[in-house]
Design a protein around this ligand. Sequence first.
Ligand code: ACO
Length: 215
Amino acid sequence: IEFGPIPEERYNDVINHLRNNFFADEPLNHAVSLCRPGEPHAELEEHSLTTLRDGLSQMAVHTDTGQVIGVALNGIQHPGDIAAAQAKLETMADVKFRRIFDLLYGVNRSLDLFKQHGVDRIFECRILSVDKRFRGRGLARELLQRSVVTARESGFKVFKEDATGFFSQRVAESLGLQTVRQIRYSDYMAEDTGEVVFKMPAPHDTLKIMVKILQ
Ligand code: ACO
């Protein structure tokens, strides 16, 4: 397995990898049945491509087959980005997608890490995904570790990940990321109906916003 940055000619392969391994599988996507394995998802693909164009992402490639078998898609967040993204979200048709990003944007906005750390950009790991056939072998850890190195070398002070499930939280904790906010999914109710929005299967019971301060 080889690791490295993601060149533009690999963007399509990355999207294919995500269709088969992330769009249906990530715990929040799975909880709302966002899509079936292999299916495209226009909004998520736009989100992924925008992130790829920041040029900070990492991939794992299977040496024999040349297949992309894991990615960390990393983007830059600036003050005001979330407010703009929230406004755009209101115009989107996919209710399930909106539910997920309502939660993520809402929590992030309430944190204001820019002010807290005196920075005007944050390095954000937005998508961490490993091919189903290669999970549990440390690939995600290696991808996140390399992302931390990229962030440090690019002069970022704050590294952040919204870790939505138990396994990504384990990986992040092992690399020294700290939880700055957590929400138990069973406590997160819809305002209108009072019902739990995301019914998550064990072991995914909490959303953790995780941060590492780079010196
Ligand atoms: N059962 C039990 N433990 C597991 C499993 C499993 N199925 N999979 C991973 N783990 C454990 C590992 O043992 C390890 O813990 P340890 O360090 O205590 O041994 C930890 O979880 C992670 O190990 P890795 O091997 O580095 O992780 P992996 O390469 O399997 O990838 C990932 C983890 C990315 C979460 C993968 O399961 C995946 O792609 N899931 C679907 C998408 C997803 O949920 N992504 C994260 C969402 S948050 C975000 O994207 C920012």
